[in-house]
Design a protein around this ligand. Structure first.
Ligand code: AMO
Length: 441
């Protein structure tokens, strides 16, 4: 589209959501995207959407100026417009209010046919939606999910601040694997090979020997080969690590955090939750705590045999999901061999370790535990997992500087938002998801 109008001195006076019937007679300026156009001959309607809501703009043809009508003729869906007009109370309009424009600016055009209809009236499959992600995000559900995401993070930061945690940033280009080697993405680092970080594990542990309580919110990278609704190649994790704590302390802290976050989201995001049809219930603490052995028993009774020592397979997770719909619960006392090298084996029974997972239905939301803080034991565990202590020499050296006992966890933000917004695929909760098949947009 050739000649767009200029913004000049026009500034928004209100978001659409702020315009109420009580403001009848007031002149306002709104900006947004044309969601729908309806022409009844003598009267034309535009549904204008901004990031908050929508408002009906009503143009009685006889009363409108020729300039205004000319503008209206040019409009197509998803054009960006500014509207200056008078508020009118009108019961039949959405929210009982409409806008009678005196002037319209066309500030941005959209090419037709559009790749996707953001009103959501024409269903599209997820791949089509993700290919036109920006249009997809303009759907009310898209906006709602990422507002929930925003408020989850606010709640997390608020809570951890209250618990004395310091927010840190650790490197994302690293020299050695932290969570097992298979899923690393190599990068060319000048004349050496390096990797994208899978987690902040070793750095957050080291930092407990300085700042005692640290947390980080960041993206991590795993070359996940499997195509599932809950795995992506780039995800955001909320990690904490605390000196002078053990598994029990960090489990209790996580439980408290989940209750805090759900309450916060329920209070701040009632509109979003309605759009998403997510009826949130604040979970009651304490959450159910199972041991790994108890879970194996539950599964065996239902026909899923898991060899002791192995992780719970998807078939087992499905059974657990059916037994705990929309419910948070912990699994504790994992076999040492099923968990990473840095998890502390139990003193009384070293075949078991002080690790836990937090589950929501069939979804693993978080894992963590007490860490090994004896250097000798850590070296032994590295070796028994087939890793070379030499590759971890910088990390091990820190254990010679005075390492406190410590514990922590990593909580998958995208999975948590998936649970809170009741989405069936993690990709819906990531702005621009990355997986085995997708690297764009
Ligand atoms: P873990 O590997 O269990 O633990 O990861 C922690 C949490 O991160 C999320 N997550 C993922 N989300 C989406 N796609 C993925 N590919 C993916 N991988 C992991 C999950 C998971 O529960 N260092 C430990 C944590 C700790 O002990 O502190 C770790 O990384 O929600």
């Amino acid at each position: 589209m050739e000649d767009l109008d200029r913004l000049e001195d026009w500034r928004r006076t209100h978001y659409t959501s702020e315009i109420t019937p009580e403001m009848a007679g007031e002149t306002v300026t709104v900006f947004g995207w044309v969601h729908a156009i309806r022409d009844l001959g003598g009267i034309k309607f535009i549904l204008l959407a901004d990031r908050e809501e929508t408002i009906q703009v009503t143009i009685p043809v006889k009363k409108a100026s020729p300039e205004l009508l000319e503008k209206i003729e040019k409009l197509k869906k998803q054009y960006v417009v500014g509207v200056k007009g008078k508020v009118r109370a009108y019961e039949k309009a959405h929210r009982g209010v409409e806008l009678i424009p005196s002037e319209i600016k066309i500030l941005g055009a959209a090419e037709h046919p559009l790749d996707l209809d953001p009103t959501g009236r024409i269903p599209a499959d997820l791949d089509v939606r993700l290919n036109a992600r920006i249009l997809d995000l303009r759907r009310p559900e898209g906006l709602a999910i990422f507002r929930v995401n925003h408020h989850v993070l606010r709640a997390v930061r608020d809570f951890l601040e209250g618990e004395g945690f310091l927010e840190v940033q650790t490197p994302k280009i690293i020299a050695t694997a932290t969570e097992g080697g298979a899923a690393l993405f190599p990068v060319v680092y000048f004349d050496r090979e390096a990797f994208l970080a899978q987690s902040p594990q070793l750095y957050k542990e080291q930092l407990t020997s300085v700042f005692e309580r640290v947390y980080e919110v960041a993206s991590y990278f795993r070359a996940e080969e499997s195509r599932t609704v809950r795995h992506v190649a780039e995800f955001v994790s909320i990690d904490i690590e605390a000196a002078f704590m053990n598994v029990e302390d960090v489990v209790n802290l996580l439980e408290k955090l989940i209750v805090y976050v759900v309450s916060y989201v329920k209070a701040k995001c009632s509109g979003e939750l309605k759009v998403l049809k997510a009826d949130l219930k604040v979970p009651a603490a304490p959450f159910k705590r199972y041991t790994y052995d108890e879970v194996l028993g539950l599964l065996a009774d239902r026909g899923v045999k898991v060899p002791w020592g192995e992780d719970i397979p998807t078939s087992g997770l499905r059974v657990l999901g059916d037994l705990h719909p929309e419910t948070y619960y912990f699994i504790l006392d994992w076999p040492t061999e099923s968990k990473p090298f840095y998890i502390k084996p139990r003193d009384d029974s070293p075949k078991l370790c002080e690790a836990f997972d937090l589950m929501y239905g069939m979804l693993e939301l978080a894992s963590g535990g007490t860490r090994i803080h004896s250097k000798d034991l850590l070296v032994e565990r590295l070796k028994s997992q087939g890793l070379t202590p030499e590759s971890f020499k910088h990390h091990l050296r820190v254990f010679d500087y005075g390492m406190p006992p410590h514990a922590g966890w990593g909580l998958g933000l995208n999975r948590l938002v998936m649970a809170l917004t009741r989405r069936g695929n993690i990709r819906e909760c990531i702005l621009f998801p990355r997986d085995r098949d997708r690297l764009t947009p």
